[in-house]
Design a protein around this ligand. Sequence first.
Ligand code: DAH
Length: 349
Amino acid sequence: MSLKDELTQIRDEGLEQISHTDDLKELNDIRVHLLGKKGPITTALRSIKELPVEERPGVGSYANEIRDDLTNGLTARKEQLEDAKLEAQLESEQIDVTLPAAPVVQGQPHVIQQIIDEVVDLFLGMGYQVLTGPEVEEEKYNFEMMNLPKDHPARDMQDTFYITNDILMRTQTSPMQARTLEKHNFEEGPLKMISPGIVYRRDTDDPTHSHQFHQIEGLVIDKNITMADLKGTLVTMTHEIFGDKFDIRLRPSFFPFTEPSVEVDVTCFNCMGKGCDVCKHTGWIEVLGAGMVHPNVLNMAGVDSETYGGFAFGLGPDRFAMLKYGVDDIRDFYLDDVRFLNQFVKRGI
Ligand code: DAH
């Protein structure tokens, strides 16, 4: 066989091998074998020198052609195999966008915050301003200006965390009455405010008391405000928070900062007024304190009690939540157990 024919055979067999492999590593082995130093082309080129001089250039350039054919064949096959590999990878890693997504866990306000939000929304709608005040409070605002002078026996009703003789953890949100009255300019209109916040008492450990709990204070001062306004406001709130079937009743009571003072009861959620163990067979459950603001409170804050007057109320959202959802231990609200809290999912926010 002539050297030329030998070269042609090397090319044909080489291209055949190349086209038959599906494996990149194998393709590389073929390349090394065909074009390497010990490969058939190199060997063939070496034997050119044994040819007659005039034939050498022709065979030489033919050998180069053959080498180019093989190189091109190798490159083309390599690209093909790489493309196929990528294709297969894309195929296997395809993301099915129609698969249902993992559910997103959505947080929600704490059940007590939900009650506060409901009350705040309602009063905002009635034109009240919403104010917050300090939890570390001056004794002056917490007691003195709320008509609870030093040594007044009613201070005993609120066991207190004192920080110094004059500074304490507020025992009620009522000091916000004094703070707001001091600042309000009645020439600009009536004062209507609610003030939600946290209060502290050194209460004993029992299921209905916690050393830290929430209150929402309400205050309305203007000319000609009557107890009917107070009752109307409380009825509206009761219907909004508990539902239209719930009624209220007012019972005479005592608070140093209101005169007259009332204790407000709501229809028992458990028996709807028939009488049961929960309401001690009265059909009613006490939910808040209220009354007509004592003239001393107005005067001490620099408001003329001859001209202005109004009502105040203080409610406990913790207690509201207990009533609304029939929870009998207030401390459950503060344990941060999501199994407990998830029962109060507010739907459709
Ligand atoms: N501050 C009272 C308490 O913590 C609640 C209260 C009663 C607030 C009557 C008022 C009110 O504004 O008029 O027990």
